[in-house]
Ligand binder design. Structure first.
Ligand SMILES: Cc1cc2nc3c(=O)[nH]c(=O)nc-3n(C[C@H](O)[C@H](O)[C@H](O)COP(=O)(O)OP(=O)(O)OC[C@H]3O[C@@H](n4cnc5c(N)ncnc54)[C@H](O)[C@@H]3O)c2cc1C
Length: 414
């Protein structure tokens, strides 16, 4: 019987396992791939670890630090092992795995799910046309180029102006593809201005704002796309269609947490984050089942994903030790101009501030306000600049939550 089983060996899973092993718990990590590291092994650009290590590491370097700690602590790791099902109803949980060694069952007192997210595909953004070879997601391209040395095409259209799309554009430019065009429906790139400058503008890579791909054409291989301009509500403007020849289309249009497995065991899912509903120690609505990292919500920085994993590990410890919960939990609701908010509630007796992550719905100078049901402001945090593409992290003192049944978090522009 394990104290905890971590499902997923990416940075979040490894961080949760390391923290639990350091505290003396018997923990195992289950990873479906043949190596630990999650999506970091394909991210050879730097920018990982600026908050935790104070320097910009590449993805493999960042993962390597955690892999080293896992090995030194002697954490049991099962690679090439896929979690097929979980029974989490009673006190003891049972995980059924499939690996080349066969089907196995593992009993555990608690579970941390850290299985990350998937990339959205063409049909989720209503791109019509045929289904030829040459349509990729950005993650697939990173794997092809960085791990296998294969270019996705010579004349490439990238759909999406977020950080990942921009990073992939710069990478393909440096790899020497013949042409790149980046299209996106917003007025300007939705990712960090730093990335817009360093990945696109510095290299003179062509881009078209307020433009989307309406259709992909080609029989066996992509032959081109039909581009169309859109208005400020992303509605196609009739008569602006244009055929644009290319041999590869790369989609970088958002990530969706892999929550089916959690939903299967009865965990409540938040339609805004599309991840599980969690309390301040990232425990789902199924007791003793925790979640961390991109499975909970999309974290722009791996450092924040790791922090969520450390909080989940702390929650596991509280759960295993039978620590007290609040008699009356506090609900946390996204209020004005807040697209997503984590956690969804505060449930444990603890002294430390509640760490919350929120995605603003507006751009500019702003206050982040915590208010109660009567509209009374309990705490405010100033931010010189917020934007939807940047997740905000706040620390809410517990004493202000003590008498509140529920609180709302607003973002108010200045
Ligand atoms: C292209 C790109 C660029 C990025 N650039 C930066 C950057 O510059 N700086 C930065 O700080 N952050 C960056 N990020 C964000 C950062 O990479 C993520 O926040 C972080 O990797 C999330 O880690 P995770 O462990 O939650 O998920 P993942 O890394 O996705 O790990 C999940 C793991 O779970 C495994 N798994 C899934 N299902 C199962 C199952 N059923 N059984 C067993 N295992 C399973 C998967 O194989 C995977 O190994 C970037 C992300 C992307 C996509």
């Amino acid at each position: 019987m394990k104290d905890a089983v971590v499902i997923g060996g990416g940075p979040s899973g490894m961080a949760a396992a390391v923290r639990l092993a350091e505290r003396g718990y018997d923990v195992a990590v289950i990873e479906r791939k043949e190596e630990l590291g999650g999506i970091l092994d394909q991210c050879i650009h730097d920018g990982f670890g600026t908050k935790i290590f104070g320097k910009a590491l590449s993805g493999p370097e960042f993962a390597g630090t955690f892999i080293g700690r896992i090995q030194r602590l002697g954490v049991e790791v099962r690679l090439g092992t896929y979690v097929r099902s979980v029974e989490a109803g009673g006190g003891i949980k049972e995980i059924t795995t499939v690996s080349p060694g066969g089907v196995e069952r593992i009993k555990t007192r608690s579970i941390v799910y850290a299985i990350g997210c998937r990339e959205r595909h063409q049909f989720e953004i209503k791109i019509g046309g045929t289904r030829p070879a040459g349509v990729y997601t950005a993650g697939m391209v990173q794997r092809l180029v960085n791990l296998y040395g294969i270019l996705p095409g010579r004349n490439v259209v990238i759909v999406g102006g977020g950080d990942v799309g921009m990073i992939v554009a710069r990478h393909l430019y440096l790899e020497g593809v013949d042409s790149i065009l980046v299209v996106f429906p917003e007025e300007f790139f939705s990712g960090l201005p730093r990335n817009a400058q360093q990945c696109i503008l510095d290299f003179g890579i062509p881009y078209r704002p307020r433009t989307v791909v309406k259709e992909i054409t080609g029989r066996e291989r992509v032959e081109g796309v039909v581009l169309v301009q859109v208005d400020d509500r992303w509605r196609p403007i009739q008569g602006t269609e244009e055929f644009y020849p290319c041999d590869a289309v790369i989609l970088s249009v958002g990530l969706v947490p892999y929550t089916k497995k959690l939903a299967d065991i009865g965990a409540e899912i938040d339609p805004r984050t599309r991840g599980p509903v969690v309390n301040e120690f990232f425990e789902t609505t199924v007791r003793g089942v925790f979640a961390a990292g991109n499975l909970v919500q999309i974290f722009d920085y791996v450092d924040d994903a790791v922090e969520s994993a450390y909080l989940a590990a702390e929650g596991v410890e509280k759960f295993l030790n039978g620590e007290a919960r609040l008699e009356k939990p506090v609900r946390m609701n996204p209020g004005e101009n807040v697209r997503t908010l984590t956690p969804h509630g505060v449930e444990w007796k603890d002294e430390k501030p509640v760490i919350a992550f929120l995605r603003p719905g507006i751009e500019g100078r702003a206050w982040i306000l915590i208010r109660n049901e009567d509209g009374e402001v309990l705490k405010k945090f100033f931010r010189p600049y917020v934007r939807p593409s940047t997740l905000e992290r706040i620390e809410i003192p517990r004493d202000i939550l003590r008498d509140a049944g529920e609180v709302f978090v607003d973002v108010r522009g200045l």
